[in-house]
Design a binder for this molecule. Structure first.
Ligand code: PHE
Length: 456
């Protein structure tokens, strides 16, 4: 009873969709998707990514929302409750643990990248992109990577922003933020798309993104596409499960998940369609430029377009805010756990986790400069290792366990109950994919990806 009283439910009907979209849309869509697509050859990668979203991401998204709502608690406790109800082993709560761990590591490096966007907000506002070409844009980005104190300053600022909103409580702070910011970000991307079509090489960009070439298929690309599908939908981190636990019963889970998936994918593709035409129109930038891709291509646009200062400032600000609504959901599972299990005060739990994430984040900062050549395992810097452990190990394994648990071990009654608002035809389709297709694909891609990494 105490738990039931403690656990709030979202105020308004659309809030779950907004919050989940706020979590899903972030740096993953605007910064990461274009750059890993660029590094992995374009069209072939996009096809693998879309397949991973449809056959694995969406079914697991439905499963996670369902588990959260059924358990009505933070991911670890929710998994314990759901497992108890189906008489299955308590060990399934490891899904929750692995999610909290992955979320924490991701938070540590995510905040460093979000810090770059904050630095770019100030540069744009000063008119610092004026007359930028490919070389100038590259130089500015490289200089930032070497500037440890600036990197740490913005990383700290970003984490403080995150702490602030969590202190005001998720629903109030987040609801307002997401309701206004997400549509604004979308509109701005459409404006930039118009500009990219007019001033960039749109045909080349479009071809690069959507032309499928067999010779570009690679194991590494496939494994990255899978990891990114989880990352971009915020899966296997407890984030969606935590939000699902606040979702009212009168909402259809399948429809909600589909909406979130479509919005998230649309924003990623839109970002790609803005960035690549610009890349191909500017000789100084390569599509495979890596993590700096967004930070070198867009400043050129803002430096050349009318009112570029305003557009540039607003754009980087919106990206920061999109990242912000994602980090909130990364923190929520761990904070909810500490408050429920150890009766931590929300603020104390928050500050503790943020501080630890800040410390771990410093290893990412140093990986960009001093430790650039430091190889921990298989040629990876601490930053590479953090992304590898999360996106290519913890996220796929967490999703695999989720799919197997829901598909094979959870009792059908509670399952059907949670999805009672959805037609039985769609229910059966979803369950079949989740039971057979998703786990098999995840397992195969996971094993091949690991072999490829360490054999290569
Ligand atoms: N989905 C977010 C993005 O694409 C990242 C994220 C991962 C947020 C996990 C929350 C939880 O940027």
């Amino acid at each position: 009873m105490r738990k039931a009283q403690q656990h709030a439910i979202w105020g308004r009907r659309g809030t779950f969709i907004l919050a989940a979209t706020g979590s899903a849309v972030g740096l993953g869509n605007i910064w990461k998707f274009p750059y890993i697509t660029g590094e992995n050859g374009g069209g072939a990668f996009v096809v693998m990514y879309l397949l991973c979203i449809c056959l694995i991401g969406l079914p697991v998204l439905v499963a996670e929302i369902m588990l959260g709502r059924r358990g009505r608690a933070s991911p670890i406790l929710a998994m314990q409750r759901v497992a108890r109800e189906s008489n299955s082993s308590k060990l399934w709560s490891l899904i929750g643990w692995s999610g909290v761990l992955a979320g924490f590591i991701i938070l540590s490096y995510y905040s460093v990248i979000a810090g770059w966007t904050l630095e770019y907000v100030t540069t744009a506002a000063r008119g610092g992109f004026e007359g930028f070409d490919g070389v100038a844009a590259n130089n500015t980005f490289t200089a930032l990577q070497g500037d440890i104190s600036t990197l740490v300053q913005w990383q700290t600022a970003f984490l403080c922003m995150t702490a602030l909103i969590i202190m005001f409580g998720v629903t109030r702070g987040l609801e307002t933020a997401v309701r206004i910011l997400m549509p604004l970000l979308f509109c701005l991307l459409v404006v930039l798309l118009g500009y990219a079509a007019y001033a960039g090489d749109f045909a080349a960009g479009f071809n690069f993104l959507f032309k499928f070439r067999f010779d570009q298929l690679s194991l590494e690309g496939l494994s990255l596409a899978l990891g990114h599908a989880f990352f971009t939908l915020s899966l296997s981190m407890g984030a969606i499960m935590a939000y699902g636990s606040y979702m009212p019963h009168n909402q259809s889970i399948l429809k909600t998940a589909a909406t979130v998936g479509v919005l998230d994918t649309a924003i990623a593709l839109l970002a790609g369609l803005v960035i690549f035409p610009i890349v191909f129109a500017n000789p100084g930038i390569e599509p495979g430029a890596g993590p700096g891709l967004m930070f070198v291509s867009l400043p050129i646009v803002f430096g050349a377009m009318p009112l570029g200062e305003v557009f540039g400032t607003v754009f980087f600000l919106l990206v920061t805010l999109a990242a912000w609504s994602s980090t909130i959901s990364l923190l929520e599972p761990a904070v909810a756990y500490l408050t429920e299990r150890f009766r931590f005060h929300r603020v104390a739990a928050n500050l503790l986790i943020i501080f630890c994430a800040w410390l771990l984040g410093l290893t990412t900062v140093f990986s960009l400069n001093r430790w650039q050549d430091l190889s921990l395992v298989a040629g990876m810097t601490p930053f590479d290792l953090s992304t590898f452990i999360t996106e290519q190990v913890l996220l796929p394994l967490g999703a695999l366990a989720t799919a197997i648990y829901v598909g094979w071990f959870m009792k059908k009654r509670p399952l059907r109950r949670e999805l009672a608002l959805d037609s039985s035809r769609w229910f059966v389709r979803w369950l079949t994919v989740l039971k057979y297709v998703s786990p098999m694909l995840i397992a195969v891609v996971f094993v091949l990806g690991i072999v490829d990494k360490f054999a290569g």
